[in-house]
Design a protein around this ligand. Sequence first.
Ligand code: NAD
Ligand code: ZN
Length: 350
Amino acid sequence: MKSARIMGPNEPLAVSESKNPKPQGNQVLVKVKSVGVCHSDLHLWEGGYDLGDGQFMKVTDRGVKYPVTPGHEIVGIVEEIGDSVSNISKGDEVLVFPWIGCGECPACKVGNENLCDTPKSMGVFQDGGYSDYSLIPNSKYLAKLDGVDPDAATSLACSGLTAYTAIKKSNQNSPEFLVIVGAGGLGLMGVQIAKAITKAKIICVDLDDKKLETAKEMGADYTINSKDPETSQKILSICNDKGADSVVDFVNAPPTAKLDLSILRKRGNLVLVGLFGGSIELSLVTIPLKSIVIQGAYTGNYNDMVELLDLARNGTINPVISKRYTLDEANTALEDLKARKIIGRAVINP
Ligand code: NAD
Ligand code: ZN
């Protein structure tokens, strides 16, 4: 098989050939049709996360081992199954749930493998889908597409799934005004999902007017380019000068986190999703006085992924796939995402 692999932080991805693995037991070999290019692949490529104050969290300290094949939004056709597999057959078109856990910790036991204490996520801690074949550790991590477009389906494994979890959390206080920060791969899914499952008026913020235009087409009621120094005041005035009930931040860097806190109303709910990183100073007293909730959201579980497939099948959500690359163009795909040239998601068709 042919894979585009990250050899080490910031080194160009190398395309290499290896022998196709033979699936054993519950394993499944999938011939990859399409794999989404996520901003998290960029963090993996850069070697970690910005902690602020010149500090850096290395992914190798979190268990990543280079070289690694990235790609956690994998769609393909079942090529071969292990002896014990019965729920999936050769030729099935499938979406892979990549957030694999240990199966034994408290999170895994209640079906939230995405929050496992010792995660084994595909495309992060084990090889993923920037490859023409991918070995899936267990057939229970596969869901049949049953008619969903393969390129569109890729984004349901991460960008859609993460946005779904985050929007559900942002809906806990039944928001009248919901602000979505960052209209990238995750944010545009967030806008569509918020339109479908909340009653909120949606205000979308980004630095790029083209992405904001797309956000409007996807259902945002208001869009604001945060290059505008009056962004905070403009949002407050849309929210009747009381502030937003909920904010979902798909960037989560110092400028956006400061914006979030400045626009959150009393009893507000802030959901932090992006891994851009950095650090900010927090005025502690405002948290109890305003009784705000600050929470994180990390990907989602298998059942949510299956629910999302249903939403895509019935047309409630339509993932935006704007660009397609070959495996040999993996470096260009990542560079283009870094340069903010991608609207919605790009995919690699190996
Ligand atoms: P993307 O590159 O597709 O989109 C990022 C968007 O943020 C772009 O539209 C960009 O213009 C905008 N942006 C950047 N800086 C901004 C700023 N200061 N103000 C306003 N907008 C700004 O990225 P993506 O694939 O959507 O991922 C977004 C983030 O979420 C990444 O850090 C990614 O690693 C992270 N992520 C988190 C999870 C999770 O489970 N928590 C899952 C997947 C991805
Ligand atoms: Zn992702």
